[in-house]
Design a protein. Structure first.
Lengths: 361, 837, 225
């Protein structure tokens, strides 16, 4: 067993755990500008000049017995601004952080694992041109038709393919320019790939299952997202049963109020429509307190999109990820059902950050 | 029995307080020295091993290369292997700290990797430093210090520390600590990329620590990984790596322990002599007890108990002394007793139960062993005869066993030809033991023979002394055997050290032919002289020529510690202190020449004329062994090649040191100042050969400090032997002295008689000891040193010193005999002769 | 030859009543006396005082006209060397010297040449009937033989005065008389003065005079006819 808290030291040492958001004089990170054009497939690859970037896959799968579980795998790329002038192969210009989790109601809580590395060919990196990020035995890759992700951890592993079946990516915000705050400089380039058909294997505590399901991929890169005064965000990405998708998020201040919210709704096979701040609101419902961190999360929500009242219900309450040891954040990231009028209209993932402490990016 | 034991036997110890105290003290000294050496080295080695294990962390295998490092592309390849679960690259730098006398071991690590393999090296960002931004630990100027290093350097987080790279002093910011580093480890940690850049080692790493996936066979993995590695880079298990390193100081430790054992033996011997005398004096008392019905076994038990009590008390006292000595040594000399094996460690003294108990037991053993022969002697006596007067002389009737001496000597000679066991010259030590035994066994016969030379004497005191010693050589054995043993060992050590020092001195002279030496990296630290620096020095006025020297290490195999590679202009070997035959290359296009040190020749079984494959720059290059040279600096072996060959093979034009020849009339001081002005004061060291020689010899003397101390103790114990045996004898001979007083000898004459006897005894003991010591010195030089450290030396007798030593010893022994007999002289002659039964 | 006048000796270190007082004695050349007395009356002490091995409190000891009580320790030792012979109850023959060497010891002390010393010692051994054992080690000899060697040693250097303290105390009665007779004979032959302290009346009877020592001095007990 390797359940030793080495991540604590890594992240502590990295200073990610409690470093203030204010950056010191670093490299010139390119700003995210309105009107920037996202070009496929080139932009599915990494954008190493930008400060942070992630590929984020969440989804629901069911095995041969019909047991439903959630899974999540994320690859972060961080440009540190350190070692730009160092010819060493170890120069820590880019870091690759990854975590993965499986939500199995039988476990009652998330199984999760993390990896972090400096980008160092061929051991870890994030390729440009098309999606490919990897560290040691974890990877995510776009082969032109499907995504493939391989994750090996102590208590679980998965080897999954995600097939968009020809669906185009959904550009969030204004053609992929996604504002995070009233000040447009807090923004990212952001596209989603909803309704990915999942197939592959999932190993849980030594038992391997053939699984199928639906997944969602987010790819987002930016240099400055969190506005001053922001404490965290709430985000969801739902594959709607009608074939559409709903993404919504809000940036939260210390009082729990929304500093900004936005979303993207695609109904059925219709065109995606960006949701302006006034069109989306998050109303917290039932709360659950984490026995580990003491943080209290609204695990049920009422989401208002225009005049629709949608309810979010978790696959299980305890889907908290104590990631103080990697990205430094404690957050809740879990499989949820979306209901409208008591009827399930979609499934996806909900992410709630900044409930334990201020989220640092 | 217990009452008899208490009142008859143990009470006897109290009655002869002086003798008991001296035996006890001798055993205590032996135990104290032995245990102190054990404790000091134990603690240092523990700390050393802890350091090695700390660095190895949870590694299953470790990939090591030369000190200059190996291509870091190897890391990427190794880390990607299927067997490897985690791989952690390390760049180890012995960083010179400009303006400070110490260097700091800095580990450049990949913190993401180190976290899996050696968590103890994980740095912790100081809270204050964290304000400087995220990812502080990866910053190019961030250095993390272990608590011990922080204490040693007296530097706090946030402050700056200058480290030397090349001839530049570069400031690093102390960004935090390495909290999990052991208390005794002085080290620093920084990001590997930053370290590569800072110390000019881009593309190089020194080590990769590997964790294998579960279920992978370690040996199989080791073999398959080894196949991927370039020449000179080896994959080892951490145990092998630790063993290789600790084996370095093993011979030194064994040697010191042997000295302590000898001190203990001498202590046991002292018990023997005092017990023998006590038995002689108590002969009637013991005979009476036997007559009363005490059986032989009980008598032996009682007498052994006396020895055991002395041994136990001495042992316990020795333990206390040992911890005191060890504490002092840690404070003043260091964990290696000045030998320089464990730099950068802060071992702490702590109670170590097992060796402590073992040494108390050794003390008891010495006491019991010392009491054994006298006890047997006492048990053998005929109570009826012993009850009569005048029988005590029986005890000193020696049973000459001189015929055993040739056997001992033959055996000793034979043992000298056996190879070491596990690197330890066990048989050499056995030969020393047999030489000693042979000398002691020959003693009675030699005493009798040498008394024959005094036949013509007219002085009545000399005649009496001669008659006494010739007729009762047992007495001489008792008093002189201690002298023989201690003189033999002291003389042997003196000859060995003198030969060694003389040889080192000559060696220093031959390896330091230049006028000035400039070093950018003492002890191969992070300093070096780039080619332009070398040119700058060469072009300074007053300098006729410079010769650069480059150091590296080479791993020749997985079994042994790496050898040192020295690249310098050699002049076809003329510039080396060569021993034995040399050969020169037949044709100019033959393989380049290499000159190997004696240690390397021994360890790797290479001889002149052989072809030697040296892994340089990741390739195996064939060299032709042109000669063997003497090297007292590197017992793990060293090989010298021509600087031009090295530069052609590696493209490395840096130098660690420069030997500088001055132009005619140039002042060394002026030139040295000019160099300092040119290169900066802090980052280089300039020394004249005289300075280096003085420092080297000072280090040499410090290394042998403990040896001198132990010698002094051995001599002291030997003199104790003379003193106690004469005190005992004087008591046993009260009646004789009383009669002589009646016959008209003055008190002064009795004193002189004792003095003469003491002097004669000591003279014979010293003479025998000197001869035995000479033989032992030969074994030390030719067998024990050769096998332990693999270096030869020229025997040199410190004649004047030995003569003075011998004279002083005889004088001291005479004085000791006289002082011990003082009590007897004071005693009423009247009472003595009247003491009838 | 030997004149002792008013010799007084107290218990060692003790003031108070003395061990003996007023001991006076006059001995002529060739005269042998026996001193008897109660245990603890100080017979041996008297011998020691005469030998200069214990200081006297009062009185005078003169040997051949020279006053001895004023001599210091070393002077007395040299005097003993020359003029005294001793025979002890426990023989005190040195075990590491041969028989002849033991006998020659007093001559060695007087720096007589080795050859002469040996000849004299052998002659003396012949006198006591042990010449055959001259080169033996003492440990092979019986008690009677050892005491005869002691007698030889006591007389080999022709002393003026021979002191014997219980010379037969460690011998069986038959041997005792023979040894004592030998001692007396040798003393008389040598023209020396002999003082023998003994418990044995039979032994004492062989002397010229028997004196009894008491706290008040020496009294003649029995005169030889």
């Amino acid at each position: 067993m390797r359940e030793r808290p080495f991540w604590a030291s890594v992240l502590f040492m990295l200073g990610l755990a409690s470093a203030p958001a204010v950056t010191s004089a670093g490299p010139d990170y390119p700003p995210v500008r309105e009107g920037g054009q996202i070009v496929f497939p080139t932009d599915t690859g990494a954008h190493p000049d930008y400060r942070t970037e992630w590929w984020y896959v969440t989804g629901w799968v069911s095995d041969e017995q019909g047991v439903e579980r959630g899974f999540q795998v994320t690859f972060f790329r961080v440009r540190t601004g350190i070692g730009d002038d160092n010819p060493s192969r170890f120069a820590p210009r880019q870091l690759i952080l990854a975590h993965a989790a499986v939500a199995d109601p039988a476990e009652g809580r998330l199984l999760h694992a993390e990896r972090s590395e400096r980008a160092l060919h061929p051991l870890a990196g994030a390729a440009t041109g098309r999606t490919r990020a990897w560290t040691a035995d974890w990877s995510i890759e776009w082969d032109g038709a499907r995504y493939h992700s391989d994750v090996e951890a102590e208590s679980f592993a998965f080897d999954l393919h995600f097939d968009p079946a020809g669906r185009r990516p959904v550009l969030n915000g204004e053609n992929g320019f996604s504002r995070k705050a009233p000040d447009p400089k807090h923004a990212s380039y952001y596209y989603s790939r909803p309704q990915l058909a999942v197939s592959g294997t999932l190993r849980l505590r030594g038992n391997t299952h053939q699984v199928k399901g639906r997944a969602w991929l987010d790819h987002e890169w930016s240099s400055e997202t969190m506005p001053p005064g922001a404490r965290g965000w709430d985000w969801m990405g739902i594959n709607l049963h009608d074939g559409g998708s709903l993404m919504a998020f809000r940036m939260r201040d210390d009082q729990g109020g929304a500093m900004w919210s936005a979303g993207t709704l695609q109904s059925g096979s219709g065109a995606p429509a960006a949701l302006r701040p006034e069109q989306v609101s998050f109303v917290p419902g039932r709360r659950w307190r984490s026995p580990r961190t003491g943080a209290e999360y609204p695990v049920e929500w009422e989401i208002r999109v225009d005049d629709r009242r949608l309810r979010l219900q978790p696959l299980m309450d305890d889907q908290e990820l104590d990631s103080r040891r990697s990205t430094g954040a404690v957050y809740w990231e879990g499989a949820v059902r979306l209901l409208e009028g008591g009827r399930e209209i979609g499934r996806g993932y909900l992410e709630m950050t900044g409930y334990a402490e201020r989220l640092q990016m | 029995m217990s009452a008899a034991l208490r009142h008859v036997f143990l009470a006897s110890l109290r009655r002869r307080r002086l003798a008991t105290a001296l035996s006890l003290f001798a055993i205590a000294l032996g135990v104290a020295l032995g245990l102190a050496v054990q404790l000091i080295h134990g603690a240092a080695l523990d700390e050393f091993g802890r350091g090695m294990r700390l660095l190895a962390g949870e590694a299953d295998l470790q990939v090591f290369g030369p000190r200059a490092g190996f291509d870091d592309a190897v890391y990427a390849e190794i880390a990607a292997q299927a067997e490897v679960a985690d791989a952690s690259p390390v760049l180890e730098i012995d960083a010179r700290l400009p303006g400070r006398d110490i260097s700091l071991r800095i580990f450049g690590i990949d913190m993401f990797r180190a976290a899996h393999v050696h968590p103890a090296l994980m740095p912790q960002v100081d809270t204050a430093a964290r304000e400087t931004g995220p990812l502080a630990a990866l910053a190019a100027d961030a250095l993390f210090l272990s608590p011990a290093a922080r204490t040693a350097l007296g530097i706090a987080p946030g402050e700056m520390l200058a480290v030397q790279s090349g001839t530049h002093a570069l400031p690093l910011r102390i960004a935090g600590t390495v909290p999990a580093a052991g208390l005794g480890q002085e080290l620093g940690v920084m990001d590997i990329a930053a370290a590569q850049l800072l110390f000019g080692r881009i593309g190089r790493i020194s080590r990769i620590d590997l964790r294998l996936k579960s279920g992978i066979d370690r040996d199989a993995a080791r073999r398959s990984l080894a196949a991927l590695l370039p020449a000179g880079v080896e994959v080892l298990t951490p145990e092998t790596a630790e063993a290789q390193t600790s084996a370095l100081s093993q011979a030194y430790r064994v040697n010191l322990t042997m000295l302590a054992i000898i001190a203990l033996l001498t202590g046991g011997f002292l018990v023997f002599s005092t017990q023998l005398l006590a038995v002689a004096r108590r002969r009637q008392e013991l005979a009476f007890l036997r007559a009363l019905g005490l059986d032989r076994a009980a008598l032996i038990r009682g007498l052994l108990a006396e020895g055991a009590v002395v041994g136990l008390t001495g042992g316990l006292l020795g333990i206390v002394l040992a911890y005191g000595l060890a504490g002092l040594a840690f404070n003043y000399v260091g964990g290696d007793l000045g030998a320089g094996y464990f730099r950068g460690l802060r071992p702490a003294l702590r109670f170590d139960l097992r060796p402590s108990v073992a040494y108390v037991l050794l003390g008891v053993l010495a006491g019991v062993a010392g009491a054994w022969l006298p006890a047997r002697e006492a048990a053998r006596m005929n109570p009826a005869r012993a009850l009569r007067a005048g029988d005590e002389a029986e005890v000193f009737q020696s049973r000459p066993r001189a015929y055993l001496t040739p056997a001992c000597l033959a055996l000793a000679t034979l043992l000298c030809f056996l190879p070491p066991l596990g690197g330890v010259p066990i048989f050499g030590y056995a030969a020393v033991a047999f030489l000693l035994a042979g000398a002691v066994l020959a003693l009675p016969t030699l005493v009798q023979l040498s008394m024959g030379f005094l036949d013509g004497t007219r002085d009545v005191l000399w005649m009496l002394a001669r008659a006494r010693l010739a007729a009762a050589p047992g007495q001489a054995v008792v008093a002189a055997a201690g002298v023989v043993a201690s003189v033999a060992l002291a003389v042997a050590m003196a000859i060995m050290v003198s030969s060694f020092r003389h040889s080192v001195d000559g060696w220093l002279e031959s390896i330091l032919p230049a006028d000035l030496y400039l070093s950018a990296s003492p002890a191969a630290t992070s300093g070096f002289l780039a080619p332009e620096m070398q040119e700058q020095v060469a072009s300074l006025p007053g300098i006729a020529a410079i010769r650069p020297v480059r150091f590296d290490t080479l791993r020749l195999d997985t079994e042994r510690f790496p050898v040192t590679l020295i690249a310098r202009p050699v002049d076809g070997g003329a510039a080396l202190p060569l021993v034995g035959a040399t050969v020169t290359a037949d044709s100019p296009d033959a393989a380049p020449s290499a000159w190997i040190s004696e240690a390397m020749a021994d360890l790797f079984a290479v001889k002149v004329g052989d072809v030697l494959q040296l892994p340089i720059s990741g390739r195996r290059v064939a060299f032709h062994v042109a000669g063997i040279w003497r090297d007292y600096a590197r017992q793990h072996g060293a090989v010298v090649i021509e600087l031009a060959d090295y530069r052609a093979l590696t493209g490395d034009f840096n130098a660690n040191d420069l030997a500088i020849w001055l132009a005619d009339g140039a002042e060394p001081d002026t030139v040295a100042q000019a160099i300092r002005n040119a290169l900066g004061d802090d980052t280089i060291k300039i020394a004249s050969p005289g300075d280096i020689r003085a420092i080297s010899l000072a280090i040499f003397d410090r290394t042998f400090l403990v040896t001198y101390l132990m010698e002094a103790v051995a001599i002291l114990i030997g003199l104790f032997g003379v003193s106690t045996s004469f005190a005992g004898l004087a008591t046993a001979r009260r009646k004789e002295f009383g009669m002589l007083r009646h016959l008209g000898l003055t008190r002064g004459e009795i004193g002189r008689l004792l003095t003469v006897e003491g002097a004669l005894t000591a003279a014979v003991g010293t003479a025998v000891g000197m001869v035995a010591g000479g033989a032992i010195a030969l074994v030390l030089v030719e067998v024990i040193n050769r096998q332990s450290f693999h270096w030869s030396m020229d025997i040199r007798l410190p004649l004047a010193g030995l003569v003075i030593f011998a004279g002083a010893l005889v004088l001291l022994a005479a004085l000791a005999a006289r002082l011990s007999g003082h009590q007897a002289m004071r005693q009423s002659a009247v009472l003595a002769v009247r003491e009838d039964w | 030859m030997l004149d002792i006048v008013g010799l007084t000796k107290g218990y060692e270190g003790g003031a108070g009543h003395p061990l003996f007082t007023g001991v006076s004695l006059h001995l002529e050349r060739g005269e042998c006396i026996a001193i008897m007395g109660e245990s603890g009356v100080g017979k041996s002490t008297l011998l020691n005082c005469i030998a200069g091995l214990e200081p006297v409190d009062e009185g005078s000891i003169r040997l051949a006209g020279a006053e001895l009580t004023t001599l210091d320790d070393n002077a007395f030792a040299r005097l003993r060397r020359q003029h005294y012979g001793f025979v002890f109850q426990a023989f005190h023959i040195l075990p590491h010297l041969t028989v002849v060497q033991n006998v020659a010891l007093p001559l060695w002390l007087l720096d007589r040449p080795g050859r002469e010393a040996e000849n004299l010692a052998r002659a003396m051994l012949d006198r006591v009937g042990l010449l055959a054992r001259a080169d033996d080690w003492p440990r092979h000899l019986s008690g009677g033989e050892l005491q005869r060697i002691a007698i030889a040693r006591a007389l080999v250097h022709r002393p003026t005065l021979v002191l014997a303290d219980e010379p037969t105390g460690n011998l069986d009665p038959e041997r005792a008389i023979g040894v004592l007779d030998l001692l007396l004979e040798c003393i008389r032959d040598a023209g020396a003065v002999g003082i023998i302290v003994t418990h044995s009346r039979a032994a004492a009877a062989r002397a010229d005079r028997i004196l009894r020592l008491s706290a008040h001095g020496l009294d003649t007990e029995v005169s030889r006819p």
